[in-house]
Design a protein around this ligand. Sequence first.
Ligand SMILES: *Cc1c(COP(=O)(O)O)cnc(C)c1O
Length: 374
Amino acid sequence: MTTAAPTQPPLDDLLAHIVRDDIRAMGAYHVSDATGMVKLDAMENPYLLPAMLREALGKRLADVALNRYPVPTADALRAQLKRVMHVPAGSEVLLGNGSDEIISLIAIAAAKPGATVLAPVPGFVMYAMSAQLMGLNFIGVPLKADLTLDREAMLAAMAQHQPAVIYLAYPNNPTGNLFDAADMEAIVRAARGPVCQSLVVVDEAYQPFAQHSWMPRLPDFDHLLVMRTVSKLGLAGIRLGYVVGHPKWIAELDKVRPPYNVNVLTEATAQFVLEHADVLDAQAATLRAERARLMAALSALPGVEVFPSAANFVLLRVADAAGLFEKLLKRRILIKNVSRMHPLLTNCLRVTVSSPEENVQFLDAFAASLQEAP
Ligand SMILES: *Cc1c(COP(=O)(O)O)cnc(C)c1O
């Protein structure tokens, strides 16, 4: 004998009952379909490894024990990163599944009731997003109109909001510029004393293109972390980020880290590529030279404002960013329209610096689109 099933509420009601309101209200992270496009929207390195190295990598990966869990401490890779990336003696390294994961770990570790994350805006979206997801407040301090750091506004906001964590991206995304070193230092110093008590995270995702770093300054500050990633360097697909700082900070973050967050294929690939770091360095040097060429060519076009860049992308302002973006799409060029990210970015576009061939394709399409009637 069967009993009648109790009437079930609609699934949407169940979702509303279970899932947080703020999460149901969110849009999903949008990634554009780039099939058949010249893809200049995501700051990827256009170059693969040379064929010989790819073959050798294939052999190396064939020997990886896929049946075993990773060694959670990843000692060999961390030691290699310390050597290759010139990590100062006395600093420790923690690995993440991309630096995106490290940003989440920091938010989890700092998520005391009422805690605040503070960063300049426009900035990297994950700082605000991780704060929201973990229940921290986020305070965005607007850059100046010329997109430089507003030191006074930062110090005032630090005094007012007493942030637990301050992010400074160096260079900044989506603006591309390196903040003034004296402004940065004033903020770092203020965060360990007179103004507030904060952890400062300097995000150096674009360090290979900037050639400036806070890494050598780590021994000077016990409240400073330097975060890097191999993504913009040519390994976005393997998802590996790392953060460096005082061993006491790293030890706390390590408690939050899922033990197997870096998989064995990522670990083996990173070790292999770091043995050939000269190849990545040469690619970065090519991209820096291409950046100079691209910026000069764009600056020569009428009605285009080109902002300074120390990253592998360039921020531009044009008369009609949305229109130009669409015209480029019709020419199979995908860049990023950042106009609506922040009022300071009105009519701004962001384009990744790529190979000489792709940069020429972009420049030709860009110039043609500019001339086309609206
Ligand atoms: C791309 C980017 C990251 C994220 O890097 P992943 O390691 O790929 O997660 C972090 N910070 C900034 C500023 C970035 O632009």
